[in-house]
Write a protein that binds this ligand. Structure first.
Ligand code: PHE
Length: 341
């Protein structure tokens, strides 16, 4: 008997219980009415009366052993189930802060320019960055083989010199004039390319926003007032504006747009080369040839156009000294432009 009960005790100890199913198997094997321990109780009647007491004690021991193991593992398994059911969300925990991104300074400037002009009725137009000669040059009154084309160092396609990366977004305005009837009031922001060595002050790729207004009786005064409004909105009411006579094949008369230096307020400093003025773009009255090239009656309509560099305006506004910072994607630089302009 002793031997028997030792084996049974070992079996009880060794029985693996890791889940509910095994727990039930354990109960069936040892504790239930047909279990090994209960069967031993049934043996009682075959035991000689003088041994009954010892036998009974031993079987009770086994019964307690099995019951104790059952109770212990039942609790463990129920706890595991509780843990699995538990919703891990703890609403009292402090939140993990979101990492705020920042918008690129050029995006901020472009959006601000767009916002200012759309407020006075300009819409937006876009066009291809890979352009043909007609839209980038010919329609804009650049004569064939004329040195004026050299003004804008162009990336031509070697296999087909009729195709180039656009040097300005005036090409988009040509497309608008071809497809729409005046009045036209449109803004074309976009990326442009020029074959220049990359330095702190020049890049082979930069961004422009150009504007075009065509209607009956549009005058230089309208151009000046529009840009006056823009400059005050963009840079503040204390900033002055001046037009300097210039030349572009597509405008006549043409002007360079200067604003009073933001750094020294016009007194003269390194940024404005002690002139008190800095250039932000070009402008002029659309040359009648351009209107005709695009199918617009130049006797009925006149228009003005202007163009400015987004990098240039951003540099002036934030006193950024190196153009290359815009394309290096150094997060220490970019992180500084969280808000709007
Ligand atoms: N397209 C000119 C440039 O890129 C800018 C400009 C636009 C000048 C419209 C005058 C009128 O240099």
């Amino acid at each position: 008997m002793l031997e028997n009960s030792n084996t049974l005790a070992a079996q009880i100890a060794a029985f693996p219980i890791e889940n509910k199913v095994q727990l039930e198997e354990f109960r069936m094997a040892f504790i239930s009415k047909k279990g090994a321990v209960s069967l031993l109780f049934d043996e009682m009647k075959n035991i000689a009366p003088e041994n009954k007491k010892a036998f009974g004690a031993e079987v009770n021991l086994l019964k307690n052993l099995a019951q104790a193991k059952f109770d212990e593992f039942k609790e463990v398994i129920e706890n595991q189930e509780d843990a699995a059911d538990f919703d891990a969300t703890d609403f009292t925990l402090p939140t993990t802060p979101n990492q705020l991104g920042s918008r690129h300074p050029l995006t901020l400037t472009r959006e601000r320019i767009i916002e200012i002009f759309t407020r006075i009725g300009f819409n937006l137009s876009e066009g291809p960055e890979i352009e043909d000669d007609f839209h980038n040059f010919t329609a804009l009154n650049f004569p064939e083989n004329h040195p004026a084309r050299e003004m804008q160092d162009t990336f031509f396609l070697e296999r087909n010199p009729d195709i180039a990366l656009r040097t300005h977004t005036s090409s988009v305005q040509v497309r608008v004039m071809e497809n729409e009837k005046p009045p036209i009031r449109t803004l074309s922001p976009g990326r442009v390319y020029r074959n220049e060595a990359i330095s702190a002050r020049a890049h082979c790729m930069f961004h422009q926003v150009e504007g075009l207004y065509i209607n009956e009786n549009v005058s230089f005064a309208d151009l000046k007032q529009t840009l006056y409004y823009f400059v005050k909105e963009m840079f503040g009411k204390d900033v002055n504006l001046r037009f300097r006579p210039s030349f572009f094949p597509f405008t006549e008369p043409s002007a360079e747009i200067d604003i009073s230096c933001l750094i020294c307020g016009g007194k003269g400093c390194n940024v404005c080369k002690h002139s008190g003025w800095v250039e932000i773009g070009g402008a002029g009255m659309v040359d009648p040839n351009v209107l005709e090239n695009c199918g617009i009656d130049s006797k009925k309509y006149t228009g003005f156009a202007f163009g400015m560099g987004v990098e240039r305006i951003t540099m002036l506004k934030h006193q950024i000294k190196d153009l290359r910072l815009f394309t290096e994607n150094d997060v220490r630089f970019l992180r500084q432009f969280k808000g709007s302009l």
